[in-house]
Design a protein around this ligand. Structure first.
Ligand code: LRY
Length: 512
């Protein structure tokens, strides 16, 4: 083997070829890259252009593969296509001269170029793209073949190195340089393992523009999987109005204020639009979740005491007009169910979501679709009726949610609300225990019944009471008595108080 080749046997060669016309495209940068590479373990360099080569040659006596790239009208061949290129590279001090060794239309055939390289006392490197071209190169006397041109002679550019071609070329028993799309150290090591004489790495070391774009594109992929630009989401409840900027499952920013209950629905729209002003220009879609029933963008109260919504109010249209983008609307618990399905405790599974709080709401996702029903009320578990000894009993939410806790607390002499009841139970008060147990038993029965109807993969429990310490366990304790076939799986909601806006934003992007 030629002494020069031995100098970079089983070693790294760094190609220092700035992006043409880019900010690093001048000889000083190329010398900088070259010296940095040699100082860090590279044993050779690959340098394009006479000016760069001359500058680098003056700075080091490390082995240099020289080449000249040309864009010609008459041929797709770019790397050192002319005899005069070889002469210029030899004059500038290249030790090895690389030329295109592909079987394509060209001004000078590869064998002639190879002979000229040898005539100038340099080693010849044929940049090939196929095994046949490698065989031909060896036959006409190339000292090295490089896999450089694989993937660059037509069709879409691959992203991985061509190790199959490398291995096939190695079997020819001639020095082969692995080159092209070697981007990570493991690939360089693999090339040496496969028998490459040396490994040329370019872009991954000396083209910050390429490296930056790899990172940026990888991040962009995640961003667009989350739905691209952030979405504006709003939540109108009986006590507060929340506006959020949402990206996937992340709430980037929020604005909220108390719901002006005494004002009319037009004024509520005005307030939501005013809160959204803070995010103007940051979103191109909007989704809302609201207390009450939503059907085709029309909003109606389910319980006017929560919020006195006028029947069939055109909320979607009113907000679309104010926000200047299309607005998708859902009931708040339904939107939260979707949020939990997409990003939370029930990711990807058939689920029934229940929120136990001041009231009891819910949502159903089956076969990847949020089921809103013919009237928009599907999942309203709080309005299901308990069956009492005489038939029609109370509504589940009147018997098991916040007001029931407060009523129970008054009756038992504890006083206060659900929070006080949980605190008293924690302190060991058996009366509080009983109030919580009563609610948990009713919700457990509702879950048991819904499980017979839908048999979902999972029930997801949220809400202030639903997530209060020990509440879910009490429900689970009761469900554990059921035969295995009919035993529901229960999980705590994962998205917390923002489940509604996260779900609403996602629904606005994807539609269910
Ligand atoms: C096909 C072609 O024109 N390749 C050129 C050959 O010199 C260079 O643009 C490459 O950067 C060099 O081959 C190193 O490859 P990579 O930058 O993928 O590590």
């Amino acid at each position: 083997m030629h002494a020069l080749l031995r100098r970079f046997a089983s070693s790294l060669v760094v190609s220092c070829q700035p992006v043409p016309g880019g900010p690093l495209d001048h000889p000083e940068s190329v010398v900088g890259f070259a010296l940095a590479a040699l100082a860090s373990g590279a044993r050779g360099l690959r340098i394009e252009g006479v000016a760069n080569l001359t500058a680098v040659r003056a700075a080091t006596d490390a082995p240099i593969i020289g080449l000249i790239k040309r864009d010609m009208d008459t041929s797709p061949v770019r790397i050192t296509p002319l005899i005069e290129d070889i002469d210029a590279l030899a004059d500038a001090g290249a030790d090895i001269i690389a030329f295109d060794g592909t079987d394509r239309v060209r001004p000078v055939d590869a064998a002639t170029l190879c002979a000229r390289v040898h005539a100038r006392g340099r080693l010849a490197m044929a940049d090939i793209s196929t095994l046949a071209e490698a065989e031909a190169a060896i036959a006409y006397g190339a000292d090295i073949v490089g896999t450089t041109m694989s993937g660059y002679t037509g069709g879409p550019e691959p992203t991985e190195p061509d190790f199959a071609l490398l291995a096939a070329c190695v079997r020819l028993g001639h020095p082969v340089i692995a080159e092209g799309r070697i981007r990570i150290p493991d690939q360089a090591a693999e090339a040496i393992r496969l028998g490459a004489h040396g490994v040329v790495v370019g872009s991954a070391i000396t083209r910050p523009e390429h490296i930056t774009s790899w990172f940026a594109e990888a991040i962009e992929t995640v961003r667009s999987a989350r739905g691209g630009r952030p979405t504006l989401a709003f939540d109108i409840g009986g006590t507060k109005m929340l506006v959020a900027l949402v990206e996937g499952d992340r709430v980037l920013a929020t604005r909220e204020e108390p719901t002006p209950r005494a004002a009319d629905a037009e004024a509520w729209c005005d307030r939501v639009a005013a809160l959204a002003e803070a995010f103007k220009g940051d979103f191109d879609a909007a989704g809302g979740c609201v207390t009450g029933v939503v059907q085709n963008g029309l909003w109606t109260a389910l319980n006017p005491e929560t919020l006195p919504i006028p029947p069939g109010f055109a909320l979607g249209e009113g907000l679309a007009r104010r926000l200047g983008v299309e607005v998708t609307l859902y009931n708040d618990a339904q939107a939260a169910a979707w949020g939990e399905y997409r990003f939370g405790a029930g990711a990807g599974a058939d689920l029934v979501f229940l929120t136990v709080s001041t009231g009891i709401g819910g949502g159903v996702v089956l076969d990847g679709r949020l089921r809103t029903g013919k009237s928009g009320i599907a999942g309203s578990a709080g309005l299901t009726r308990l069956i009492g000894p005489t038939g029609r009993g109370a509504l589940l939410e009147s018997a098991a949610s916040g007001p029931a806790f407060a009523a129970g607390a008054t009756e038992a002499g504890i006083g206060g609300d659900a929070i006080a009841v949980f605190a008293a139970a924690e302190a060991g008060d058996p009366r509080a225990d009983e109030i919580i147990d009563r609610s948990a038993a009713l919700v457990a029965a509702a879950i048991e019944n819904m499980n017979w109807l839908f048999d979902p993969d999972v029930f997801v429990l949220g809400g202030g009471i639903g997530l209060a310490k020990g509440y879910r366990e009490r429900i689970e304790h009761r469900l554990a008595e059921l035969p295995p076939l009919a035993r529901p799986v229960l999980r705590a909601a994962a998205l917390g108080k923002h489940a509604g806006v996260i779900g609403a934003a996602d629904l606005a992007r994807h539609k269910s």
